[in-house]
Design a protein around this ligand. Structure first.
Ligand code: COA
Ligand code: ZN
Length: 302
């Protein structure tokens, strides 16, 4: 068993973006408060996208300003689809952004209305115009596309090569619809780590086939720098049919902590936050239905 893992929370972005009814800013902040209290050191707090595309994310600027002031020791970052969003994120005070593009042309077009070449050009402009912000590039549909099926690892290596040419050296490889399986996860991470030693690679998994924990673990075993998960197993991309929730943070943290892998996250506090999250948004959630088990049953001996 690996001894240490960096778990990054992405529920406030991937989780909330798939909730149809607007979650009041105050409630979003309560959930982030609970996550920080649980011990998270890195949280994706939202996204700077068109409010027409994802109305739920329209308060990300306000949230960024509040949490950056409230929690100076936590790394907050946001997803951005273009230069416009990147500038807005930096203006709100963020020091790290995750521009998103897909490995597959068709999902990239559905999601950000650009060809892959146009997205790379947009990311080049972001790198050039905002030289001080840390860029961790999200690559969606790496493990499968809802329109094109399984993707090629060679095509991934080629895309990473193009992104490195414009100065990007940190990547999050995303299983946008939950098509990943353990041997593919192993192949992908072994390949990219061998091809690009020294670069940062993170993983982002959806739990469509209940393989989220296993795939996350395989990624950790193959040396990923961090693994992303969402409180309550929320999540889903509105532009990727079939996508369900992300790997549930509390399940992942439970497994890692119990097995002696240090996460720095307090399971009990995280479970409380997951239950609060469920209580405020359950019934109003269009994706994966969040099912948070009670604490594993402990029978007290009389
Ligand atoms: N944030 C806020 N507003 C933005 C924006 C951003 N990042 N980018 C563009 N806009 C605004 C423009 O100002 C314009 O406003 P107007 O209609 O008032 O003039 C409008 O959105 C359309 O701009 P345009 O560049 O033509 O965008 P588009 O309609 O081609 O949409 C994206 C492209 C990328 C902005 C949009 O598809 C998007 O935000 N996608 C995000 C998808 C997402 O978050 N997916 C889930 C995460 S993987
Ligand atoms: Zn996702």
């Amino acid at each position: 068993m690996i001894k240490k893992a960096s778990v990054v929370e992405i529920g406030p972005r991937d989780g909330f973006q798939n909730v149809k009814e607007f979650i009041p800013t105050e409630i979003k902040l309560n959930i982030i408060d609970g996550l920080v209290k649980s011990g998270y050191k890195k949280i994706q707090m939202g996204s700077f996208v068109s409010p027409k595309a994802i109305p739920q994310m329209r308060d990300s600027g306000e949230i960024a300003q509040i949490v950056l002031e409230r929690y100076p020791n936590v790394d907050f970052f946001a997803l951005v689809p273009n230069l416009y969003g990147a500038k807005a994120a930096v203006k709100a005070g963020l020091k790290e952004i995750a521009p998103v593009m897909s490995l597959s042309e068709s999902h990239n077009m559905a999601n950000v209305k650009r060809t892959c070449a146009q997205s790379i050009e947009e990311i080049r402009k972001i790198r050039e115009e905002l030289p001080d912000v840390k860029i961790t590039q999200d690559i969606a549909t790496v493990f499968g596309c809802p329109f094109e099926g399984e993707m090629s690892v060679d095509a991934l290596v080629e895309m990473i090569g193009k992104l490195r040419d414009i100065g990007i050296h940190a990547f999050t490889l995303c299983d946008t619809v939950g098509m990943a399986y353990p041997t593919l996860v192993e192949k992908v991470f072994r390949t990219v780590k061998k091809a690009f030693p020294g670069d940062e690679f993170n993983v982002h998994i959806h739990d469509t086939r209940n393989m989220g924990i296993l795939n996350s673990y395989i990624a950790l075993e193959n040396g990923v720098d961090s693994v992303q998960a969402a409180v309550g197993g929320l999540g889903g991309c509105p532009f990727a049919p079939g996508a369900s929730g992300n790997t549930s943070s509390e399940d992942l943290v439970y497994m890692l902590n119990k097995c002696g892998c240090e996460t720095g996250i307090d399971f009990e506090q995280l479970l409380k936050t997951a239950k609060y999250t469920k209580s405020v948004i359950d019934g109003n959630f269009s994706g994966h239905h969040i099912n948070i088990p009670e604490k594993p049953c402990v029978v007290t001996q009389e």
